[in-house]
Design a protein around this ligand. Structure first.
Ligand code: NAI
Length: 364
């Protein structure tokens, strides 16, 4: 069996050929892996193959195709498969990409458990289902983990690797190596935690931005247009655009973010909105982390951070009048019909790709 570290890549099975499955397929093929795409809906596989051809040809034309192989060569590595057992046979890695539903995923992993050999890695793309729930009772639990990508994985390299308590360290190591090999920036979580790391951060920012919107004065002289940041301006004055940046990068990536501001949100491993320094490096507000290092930063701000965190309010409902208000504000910028959203996604993907290229050229 080929290993991710060997010079002759082996095969990868992608189970579920929707948004994330397609992106994974492109990534694996870009590094020369054979990819078998399986889906419970055969039509999804057919559509995926058509859309992958279109996208990879377009990327090649614009010079953004990843990897050393041409689009035709990469495409020849990807094939559709109508049988799960056939898709998994001989694979060194299975990347599960079915909808975020615990029962559905558990059923699928039970099926995979029956057909897996003792070497293949069984990896879930789950955004926030705990490995202890996903893989409970599986005979091959040592070979299981979550490899949570960030949408769109082809452009945003961060992948969280989250083990089950019984996952073998070699499983995490091999997946880490595989992710590096396909150009991703994996991070290892030492143990599972609800929301993993990325979404715990994002949810905290989203929840707080949400509360700020709710607290903003209804008699604000600022119209709820251009940006959510405008809505919160009366409440937090100079900080409003930073909140807007967080909201944009976390909630949808559909809003335009002033680049100077977005550069503070995200980190070098590619958090959404991503650019060049994250909270770890910039600190906010005031003096930055690079001034005296982490211990000094904690010394200076630890108590304040604790105090602020203790003031976090209850979990918002994410519905009702506030949901409508946020929705309306976002629609001013990007109407939520399929055509506008698709155009905005294309614009975003182009920006992320150019940003990745720029980062590559800069000294690290
Ligand atoms: P999707 O809905 O676009 O695609 C899911 C695909 O799975 C569909 O083609 C469906 O036909 C297929 N499917 C359903 N049941 C199946 C089964 N039993 N066997 C094989 N295929 C089956 O979903 P999406 O957005 O690609 O999400 C997939 C996973 O990736 C989810 O766990 C999600 O939480 C995770 N994820 C999603 C991100 C996103 O922004 N969409 C980001 C990071 C992770």
């Amino acid at each position: 069996m080929a290993s991710p570290g060997s010079s002759a890549p082996g095969g990868v099975a992608v189970v579920g050929s929707g948004l994330i499955g397609r992106s994974w397929a492109m990534l694996f093929a870009s590094a020369g892996f054979r990819v078998k795409l399986f889906d419970i809906e055969p039509r999804q596989v057919t559509d995926a193959l058509v859309s992958l051809r279109k996208e990879m040809k377009m990327l090649e034309l614009s010079g953004y195709l990843k990897g050393e192989l041409g689009a035709e060569e990469q495409l020849s590595l990807i094939s559709g498969c109508s049988d799960l057992r056939e898709a998994v046979e001989g694979a060194l890695h299975v990347q599960e990409c079915v909808p975020e539903n615990l029962e559905l995923k558990r059923k699928l992993f039970a099926q995979l458990d029956k057909i897996a050999d003792d070497h293949v890695i069984l990896s879930s793309s789950s955004s926030c289902l705990l490995p202890s729930k996903l893989f409970a009772g599986l005979a091959h639990v040592k070979q299981c983990l979550v490899a949570h990508p960030v949408n769109p994985p082809y452009y945003v390299p961060l992948v969280e690797l989250v083990p089950h308590p019984e996952t073998a360290p070699a499983t995490v190591d091999r997946t880490y190596a595989l992710m590096r090999r396909v150009g991703q920036s994996p991070v290892r979580l030492l143990r599972e935690i609800d929301g993993f790391a990325l979404n715990r951060l994002q949810y905290a920012v989203i929840a707080e931005a949400w509360r700020l919107v709710e607290m903003a004065s209804p008699s604000s002289r600022w119209p709820p247009a251009w940006h959510l940041g405008i809505v919160v301006q009366p409440l937090i004055s100079g900080a409003e655009v930073k909140m807007a940046a967080c909201f944009s990068s976390s909630l949808s990536c559909e809003q335009r973010v002033p680049p100077k501001v977005a550069a503070r949100w995200g980190n070098s491993s590619g958090l959404k909105g991503s650019p060049f320094s994250g909270h770890r490096e910039s600190g906010a507000p005031g003096p930055d982390l690079l001034r005296g290092g982490m211990l000094s930063y904690c010394d200076r701000y630890g108590e304040g951070m604790k105090r602020v965190l203790k003031t976090f309010g209850p979990v918002p409902e994410f519905s009702g009048a506030t949901a409508e208000k946020v929705h309306q504000a976002m629609c001013v910028k990007v109407p939520d019909d399929a055509e506008h959203l698709a155009a905005r996604r294309a614009w975003r993907d182009g920006c992320l790709m150019r940003l990745a290229q720029l980062k590559h050229q800069l000294p690290q």
